[in-house]
Design a protein around this ligand. Structure first.
Ligand code: NAD
Length: 313
């Protein structure tokens, strides 16, 4: 196989706030793309973030980073949308739908003026609704426009299980599907360590499962209450997704995309295990769910669909 280091790979990040700038930092220190462009309506802040990043260039693998504009999307491989309002303490992600739909819609219109080839990855909340907005406004195929989904929730789930059972988070095979955050569905029936279901582990009980579930679903709220915003873990989650795209990894990740009949659900964006590579989503994997998990997934879809309907796209 040919080495990849001579290939130029460009990631454009629209929204250089907490999520966008920390994603740029994470991509930079992991040496994932060769070019990172930041775009933000607040040009001073954007330039400030870029300067802070480029001052560290002598410590990392070569990467070009600059404050750009939408014309830089022309040669982008991946465009991350992380612009928009974030939750205030006590606010839910779903309450952000109306203001952020306007922002995401305007951004996507600007992007498609310059490219119809890049993969568009949405992080702005409520991410499942914003993914749907981006998809509809872009007119692009659904394998090319998807959201960060429950990839982060799944990492939180693995961490909570790892804490409980005293094992490494990377050894916990567990994930959440459905809507990101409040409506996510922890798939306990497939949560395992090397094939051993967690329900068979000493110390497991329904009460433990419920506590872990609450910990995961309330994780962002707790962080926002304590420090105002979440950004390290989402930046790592986004970086994992971008690496899977740029390196054609065929990594199975939990991203939000348009469902087309899976579990009888369609015309809604939700997370299911998805094979991610250079062309975006190559395949969505349907796993067996218990009747309870299926009900929860359907409930999650109903909630997201209700919000989409109210937006009258
Ligand atoms: P932030 O306030 O720090 O940054 C938002 C940035 O967007 C600001 O710099 C702002 O100037 C910019 N912006 C606003 N409108 C714009 C426009 N039209 N064009 C370009 N830039 C624009 O917020 P944050 O903490 O970075 O969060 C950003 C979004 O990501 C929020 O919606 C938040 O809820 C979401 N988020 C998602 C996840 C996830 O798992 N998907 C995790 C954390 C945060």
């Amino acid at each position: 196989m040919q080495p990849r280091y001579i290939e130029t790979t460009r990631v454009v990040i629209v929204g250089a706030g907490n999520v966008g700038s920390h994603t740029a930092y994470s991509l930079m220190i992991q040496g994932i793309p060769s070019e990172i462009v930041l775009i933000d309506i607040d040009k001073d802040k954007c330039m400030g973030e870029v300067l802070d990043l480029v001052h560290g260039l002598s410590f990392v693998k070569p990467v070009r980073i600059w404050a750009g504009d939408y014309s830089d999307c022309k040669d982008a491989d991946v465009i991350l949308i992380s612009a928009g309002q974030r939750q205030k303490p006590g606010q839910t992600r779903l309450e952000l739908a109306r203001p952020n739909a306007k922002i995401v819609s305007a951004i996507v219109k600007n992007i498609v003026r310059y490219t119809k080839k890049a993969i568009i990855l949405v992080a702005t909340n409520p991410v499942d609704v914003m993914t749907y907005v981006a998809l509809k406004v872009s007119g692009l195929p659904s394998h090319q426009v998807f959201g960060t989904g429950t990839n982060l929730d799944s990492s939180r789930f693995r961490w909570a299980l790892a804490e409980k059972f005293g094992l490494a988070a990377t050894s916990m095979h567990a994930f959440l599907i459905g809507g990101h955050g409040e409506t996510a569905v922890p798939v306990f029936s497939h949560a395992n360590i090397m094939g051993k279901n967690i329900a068979e582990l000493p110390g497991y009980s329904l009460l433990t499962a419920r506590k872990i579930c609450n910990k995961v679903k309330n994780a962002a709220e707790e962080i926002i209450r304590k420090k105002g915003a979440t950004f390290y873990s989402i930046a790592l989650s986004v970086s994992e997704i971008i690496r899977a795209i740029l390196y054609d990894e065929n990594h199975v990740l939990l991203v939000s995309s348009l469902l087309t009949g899976q579990y009888g659900l369609k015309d809604v964006c939700l997370s299911l295990p998805s094979v991610i590579g250079r062309t975006g989503i190559k395949k969505i994997i349907e796993i067996d769910l218990t009747p309870n998990e299926l009900d929860e997934l359907k409930r999650s879809a109903e909630i997201i669909q209700e919000i989409i309907k109210k937006l009258r796209l």
